[in-house]
Design a protein. Structure first.
Lengths: 286, 286, 286, 286
């Protein structure tokens, strides 16, 4: 039942929707007409109300997806298509400890917290106090503050590592390679690292750094989301497309110890990163 | 520390990796040589061992991603790229109640359980006992049995609805439209429905059924995952591509009550599904 | 050398460019300033001139690409990414006879004429006189009128086939399956058929019709064009993406004669369309 | 009518097809059975013959597409999806002069010749005699030798420019930036340059070189081809996908003369490459 102070999503269509906190005297003026908050009070989530221009609007209970899509942002946010794949590829799950380097607007923080809560926790670090204030507000609105510890800290120059035994460390910085040694120290054995890399150049530098810092199972991906207009007899992809957001890079902490356990030959010449090479070198004939 | 009976992922590269339960006398014969389980015992996760063909293999702690990619399957599984987007688009989170109609091999069941645990729960239904046995084994191996209730039941003909107030209902059937009324009854107000639809025809029929059954915020998507070989001076997309897996359809339970709350005109002619129409009709000029 | 009456493309960037016929007293008012035609006269193609807002504009010699992108259109045009693949997949070449059913705005007509000229020819048919007038103007502007015969004719009901021995027949109608028998009659042996199909439903009906009308080598495609911003140290895909335009369907005229030439068994049971089945049925496990 | 010495494509399905020169005593042994060339003689193109394993095979007249897909290659060929877009984006047409730097196996040479013939011409240069012999054979088989001039020549160090007034210059080298000044000299005013770049790094270096060498309308693209299995009631994208082939870069020859024609202010500070910047810098916030 929708009440005073409930959060709701007024939904008209995919591009016209508004996340609001219900306040009985408030009205929302939109080009599809005026939406009176009081019309929603006492109704079930999912009900529809009508604007003064006779347009139907659904009053939905906001999900984490809605909070993220309506986040106030000072920086580029990580979009749901990428958030989802981060969870799936790393196997992020309820109860885990997640570290985030680069809080940004808190979209990823909010999403990770919604997954790892209530026994898990997200530790997030940034250097920009202005962004941190925005992020704090966003995280709070989505009800995730309890599962998030936010700290102003420059990990590049940090002398003490603030977290240990993290299951996953996520880096959202312009120069992610600068914090790989610190990220590594915060991870548990074979823990996962993820980096948000909007450019190919970032991927390239990052992968080099990951190999040098003894990471394995390195994978760089791009996730493309297309929408389909499924209408009887006229089904096709949408005319509008979503453009580039970011590439992602995944890896797992390994130990490149040099003493092989099963050395057969006397003069064994081991190529240090051999298994990884396999990953990016296959069939390359540029 | 890896011990007898620990699960490990022996990782050589993206296409050569083996999920195993450590057993001290066991050996794994692969074309990159023999891997002796005993070599892993006592080591930290992330360590590397060497085969008798002098190839390095990493011993990783399996994640939910690894369990899903190595699932024993009798049916087509839902892949991580799609699993991730289901979580992100519906806002699936720890603590929720999720219903799954069509257990299949249990990949989606396992993944959903890893998210909603430990306070949430997954209720999954299937009619094929053979698949259910496979799924049960897969769910157990990934440690998720405690958070899953599995039941043999044909929801199309079920007289009693077995679950109420679900946050999300996921349908993985060849004819998803046949269970929409039942799926609706199991959902909480404005709860989310998701359907795995490998063909365009399924999407088309499903969307019609969703509109008839009073769902809103209908969206059909396709998620494409590409991998990038990020190598210094030679960065490009991978020569190998992942083909089609499935399309996805999302919607939210609404109430198309007919009495408008703010009717101004006497002879108001309301088009029943107007807001939805907006979704798929925009700019269509086939 | 640019002269009075020369066609030029005033090029500022990818989204701001103007196709003009030079007229010495004409000025083009744009938001990047006024472009005086007279500034271009006497210059080499590729020169740059400057607007009264001090912006550089290049004066390029228009190519067929420019004419098509700047076509006046009453209907949806076929875009270069699709035009190019039609040429490549059918092997369209200089000297061929091409039939087009559905002239539309003449973009495809213009492009095909530019390829098959000067010994080849394009025969194009439409029923809408209004579109035909627009198309005629567009084809003329691009200098292709000489290589195109345009006729108002409804091929669905035509009693006489107006062209024979075409190398390629291209159909751009909402219901392409209605003209397959006529399209077949116009084609030479093993000639190619192409259809512009914006929806999946069209593809589905068309393929059925092609099989029934003895076509082989049936292939349905979708061509996605992405642009890349290649900038030193910041290379990535463009934030803007091109959405759906159309799907394409290709096939070749065959003869499903029933008398096999090398029948070994007495009771040979031949599945009529076997080789085609192979095409679309492989690995389907919906 | 198929005769002795005719080229034919024996077509079973998209992955099983054979380009052959008919020779009455020849037989082709395939896993779908033996195909006797003599069975095809006297038949119309498009007819079907039957193997000794009772499989139907169509005897098609090869198109340029077939010659290219069946080319004998020592190097990576340029695929039809990319060939098509090169033609469409540059507006390549019958009668033009095309220069190719890097003949490779001659796929692009063959395709370009089929478009520009019979009045146009392709001039192609390579340094590898072994590849050139293969290319020569491939071009000849497709009947295009007459429209192609092939020369062993290293354009990087060439003192004399062998061609002038080319409409289009296509570069297929690992280091395309090394020949931009020469390519420019061969082009007519505002003529088009195209480069085949399999890596992002090549695009990046090339674009810098193009800006320095006074090219405008620079565009980098990636063309993705997907196939669709359109079967009644089961239409979907194919499970198999085509992976990465190459990126493409396009530009047009311009003149960055410094004397503006309409200089209003005395101390006008002109940013040299301003219009181009617009292309790749829009909205970049990495």
């Amino acid at each position: 039942m929708i009440k005073q102070n409930s959060y709701v999503l007024f939904y008209y269509n995919h591009t016209k929707k508004w996340l609001q906190k219900i306040s009985k005297n408030k009205s929302l003026h939109t080009h599809i007409g005026v939406i009176h908050h009081s019309d929603a009070i006492g109704k079930k989530y999912g009900s529809r109300i009508i604007t003064n221009k006779d347009k139907y609007v659904y009053v939905l209970e906001p999900t984490i997806f809605d909070y993220i899509m309506k986040i106030q942002h000072g920086t580029q946010i990580v979009y749901p298509k990428d958030l989802g794949y981060i969870v799936a590829r790393t196997g992020m799950q309820s109860g885990q400890r997640v570290v985030e380097i680069g809080t940004g607007s808190g979209a990823l923080t909010t999403f990770a917290a919604s997954i790892v809560k209530s026994r898990g926790h997200v530790y997030t670090f940034d250097v920009n106090e202005e962004f941190m204030k925005i992020a704090e507000k966003n995280i709070k609105k989505a009800g995730m503050s309890k599962y998030v510890t936010m700290k102003k800290m420059d990990l590049k120059t940090a002398k003490k590592i603030p977290v240990k035994d993290a299951d996953i460390t996520i880096i959202d910085l312009g120069d992610p390679w600068t914090v790989i040694p610190q990220a590594r120290k915060m991870l548990k054995d074979s823990g996962a690292i993820v980096s948000i890399c909007p450019t190919m150049n970032q991927l390239e530098k990052l992968v080099s750094s990951l190999v040098q810092n003894e990471f394995t199972d390195i994978e760089c991906t791009e996730n493309i989301l297309r929408t389909i207009d499924a209408r009887e007899g006229k089904t096709r992809h949408s005319f509008q497309a979503i453009g580039h957001t970011t590439y992602l890079c995944f890896a797992r902490k390994a130990f490149f110890d040099k003493k092989p356990s099963r050395q057969k030959k006397k003069n064994l010449e081991l190529k240090r990163h051999e298994p990884q090479n396999k990953i990016y070198s296959s069939a390359f004939k540029a």
